[in-house]
Design a protein around this ligand. Structure first.
Ligand code: DQA
Length: 155
């Protein structure tokens, strides 16, 4: 079974308690369980992680380089600030999907720019926590395609 990382940035540990009118009532544990289920249905295993530390997220991206076939990432506020996370993602040779629970484009102008979007195969925003599940379904297809291209390159 191929492994993907689902990475979550700062304050997402408070999901369900934090601004529920924007981010909803589900907890991050609820999201994790739903991700594990959809991933299993799509033949993927998931390492689901959250940190409030930029350095920790960079380290997890480095770890993913060794073991993961894809990264789904909600960098949260680091989306709009972190060249370090962009640089780390640029070292990852497999598909990346960026997820935002809220529609960042409907919100404050500083949320309209993402450092991560330029390296992502796709961006999902504004579908609530369901966006993670869409991302995993899409990732399953991208991983299959990516492996097929890799295999044919070795022929
Ligand atoms: C977020 C949007 C970001 O702008 C914000 O800083 C977050 C969460 C989202 O999932 O909608 O923390 O990434």
């Amino acid at each position: 079974m191929k492994l993907i990382y689902v990475l979550n940035g700062p304050n997402l540990n408070l999901l369900g308690k934090r601004q529920p009118h924007i981010y909803g009532h589900e907890t991050l544990e609820d999201v994790k369980q739903a991700c594990l289920q959809v991933a299993a249905e799509n033949g993927l295993a998931v390492e689901f992680l959250q940190s409030n530390s930029e350095a920790q997220i960079v380290d997890w991206i480095h770890a993913a380089r060794e073991v993961a076939s894809g990264i789904v990432i909600n960098p949260a506020a680091f989306t709009h600030t972190s060249v370090a996370i962009l640089d780390a993602l640029n070292t990852f040779d497999h598909p990346i999907i960026e997820v935002h629970i809220s529609n960042v484009h409907k919100r404050e102008p500083f949320r309209h720019h993402s450092y991560v979007s330029g390296v992502a195969s796709g961006v999902i925003a504004g579908f609530g926590t369901q966006g993670y599940l869409f991302a995993i379904q899409r990732m399953a297809k991208l991983v299959r395609e990516h492996e097929a291209v890799g295999a044919s390159a070795q022929d």
